[in-house]
Ligand binder design. Structure first.
Ligand SMILES: *[C@@H]1O[C@H](CO)[C@@H](O)[C@H](O)[C@H]1NC(C)=O
Ligand SMILES: *[C@@H]1O[C@H](CO)[C@@H](O)[C@H](O)[C@H]1NC(C)=O
Length: 175
């Protein structure tokens, strides 16, 4: 793990709307403004859908996969959780998906992925690609761990995160 700070559980997903203005070009700048050329093409971003079941959350970019889960189980379709890339765009990294029981585990860390695999999680490859930090107008994708149910929950909404944290048994993950 990178750090034990309160940000340790944070991974980044693409922002829903980009700021339109291009960075102003100032002369003699010692700090280079972020170049759009190092960012992914937002037109390529796709929805990461969320389906929920009491105590469990299922995420997929695949309409057929999310439909199957909703129709086969008692999962409720909850809409779009975040927007991510399906292919590796500039400055993005793989978002690994692992599963154990009904728990979906996402990480961008190969180290954490290896550790989790040792605890019995099944490797499900990559869910997509995201920015490893809050660059290119992206927004944090918070990860929350519910110890009571041994389930992880993910959201780009800090209000949603705080509401889930307010229920007993929840702690910020990754710390
Ligand atoms: C500042 O930028 C101008 C225009 O690019 C250049 O001519 C000048 O030499 C620069 N000055 C310094 C101190 O770098
Ligand atoms: C971004 O993707 C769209 C849709 O594929 C394409 O039309 C556009 O040219 C791309 N923009 C850049 C800067 O590559």
């Amino acid at each position: 793990m990178k750090s034990s700070s309160t940000f340790a559980g944070i991974i980044s997903a693409l922002l829903l709307a980009l700021l339109g203005a291009s960075p102003s070009v100032s002369q003699n700048m010692t700090v280079k403004p972020p170049s759009p050329l190092t960012c992914g093409n937002t037109s390529d971003a796709v929805p990461l859908y969320l389906a929920e079941w009491p105590g469990a959350a299922f995420y997929s970019t695949s309409v057929s996969e999310i439909s199957t889960v909703v129709s086969r189980n008692t999962f409720m379709f909850e809409g779009i959780s975040a927007r991510i890339f399906l292919t590796q765009e500039l400055s993005t990294v793989p978002l690994f998906r692992l599963v154990q029981g009904t728990d979906m585990f996402f990480t961008i860390s190969t180290t954490e992925r290896a550790l989790v695999l040792q605890t019995g999680y099944i490797d499900e490859g990559t869910a997509g690609f995201i920015y490893p930090s809050q660059i290119c107008g992206s927004t944090p994708f918070y990860r929350i761990y519910t110890s009571l149910a041994n389930e992880h929950y993910y959201t780009i909404s800090s209000a949603d995160r705080d509401a889930v944290l307010a229920s007993s048994g929840n702690v910020p993950a990754g710390g």
